[in-house]
Design a binder for this molecule. Structure first.
Ligand code: PEP
Ligand code: MN
Length: 355
């Protein structure tokens, strides 16, 4: 990875750098950050002569070659100081909350609009609403592109950014064209590398934040970090890790709660951790406990399913969604815990990861 001396390379500088790496069979992908860019070298970056020639350029600050499978997501990467902003909030500085319905019901748009206003009132920063749904059964409701208009109406009425899950390139394009502010990759697509690459490419310009859920089958933490690397390596550094419980489930819960991996993720990678307690425990009554536990573990944010009238909802809402009144109390409590938990995470963040 090449770190420029100034915040960004000029077009001429980039062309010169590109010409050098091409000689060694490599290419450059610019990764634009909020205040500065870094330039990933794709290919075998260990050619000593190539590094020497790059470091010899007056406008190059340094060239980092990290022998990690996720050199961009690594704590030692030039992106380590990168901060993600959504709707005026800077992640990893204050608690971030994304809340709303699992699924938008196009037959009952009023519910979603009401939920959107209520979660805003409760203190959420982003409204979530499932337009397209990955369902275990092909006979269950699959979502509908129609619902994107309801999602965008909620954005217009509340002024809050909105989040939705995409499962393929067509859905991604529809969501980005509509102006969705945050994209979610669900647990079932957590290792869909073609989709992850496409998301990185198509959000390179906009830098639309991407919430990457952890795969369902308890894969290794490094596999999770590498999946995020696909998005970043293709141009968008605004990625958040989302532990959401894994299988096999803990008897009685929907999944096996995994918010406890938060400190490990935070020590290995700079990207914020935004935990989903709703899919983890899968029952509304347990969600507040799981959410507060995640914040105690040092999570930077939460994604929570909430609905004004959950029993009339569709998808996961009847069993998982908490009422916005409960959400309001939960957010207030989570903010208190967040500031206390930070004391402890600051201590280990100063040390290199040993796991
Ligand atoms: C969801 O957020 O509604 C969802 C389907 O999540 P997951 O991919 O974690 O199951
Ligand atoms: Mn859901």
């Amino acid at each position: 990875m090449i770190i420029p001396r100034d915040p960004h390379f000029t077009a001429d500088q980039l062309a010169e750098v590109q010409a050098i790496v091409h000689e060694f069979g490599c290419t450059i992908t610019p990764i634009p950050g909020q205040t500065r860019s870094v330039y990933a070298i794709k290919g075998d970056e260990r050619h000593e002569l190539m590094i020497n020639r790059l470091e010899g350029l007056s406008y190059v600050s340094k060239v980092e070659t990290i022998q990690s499978p996720y050199k961009l997501m690594d704590m030692k990467s030039g992106l380590a100081g990168h901060r993600i902003q959504i709707g005026g909030k800077t992640l990893a500085q204050e608690l971030f909350v994304c809340a709303g319905q699992c699924t938008i019901d196009p037959k009952n748009p009023a519910f979603f609009i009401e939920t959107a206003h209520a979660v805003k009132e409760a203190g959420a920063d982003v409204i979530r609403g499932g337009v397209w749904k990955p369902r275990t059964s092909p006979h269950a409701y699959q979502g509908s592109s129609e619902a994107i208009h309801i999602l965008m109406r909620a954005r217009e009425e509340t002024g809050l950014p909105v989040n939705t899950e995409v499962m393929d390139e067509d859905q991604l394009r529809i969501a980005l064209d509509a102006g969705v502010d945050m994209i979610q990759v669900g647990a079932r697509n957590a290792l869909n590398y073609s989709l992850l690459k496409k998301i990185g490419e198509l959000t390179r310009e906009s830098g639309t934040p991407v919430l990457l859920k952890r795969g369902m089958h308890m894969g290794p933490i490094d596999e999770f970090i590498c999946a995020a690397e696909y998005i970043v390596a293709n141009g968008n550094p605004n990625v958040m890790f989302c532990p959401r419980g894994t299988l096999p489930n803990l008897d009685g819960y929907r999944n096996h709660p995994d918010e406890s991996i938060t400190p490990l993720l935070k020590q290995k990678s700079w990207a914020p951790v935004v935990v989903d307690p709703s899919h983890s425990v899968g029952r509304a009554i347990y969600v507040p406990h799981a959410a507060l536990s995640a914040v105690s573990y040092g999570a930077d944010g939460l994604v929570i399913e909430s609905h004004v009238d959950a029993k009339k909802g569709i998808g996961d809402d009847p069993k998982q969604a908490i009422h916005p009144d409960v959400l309001a109390n939960l957010i207030a409590d989570a903010r208190e815990i967040y500031s206390r938990a930070r004391r402890y995470s600051q201590a280990y963040l100063a040390q290199p990861a040993t796991v």
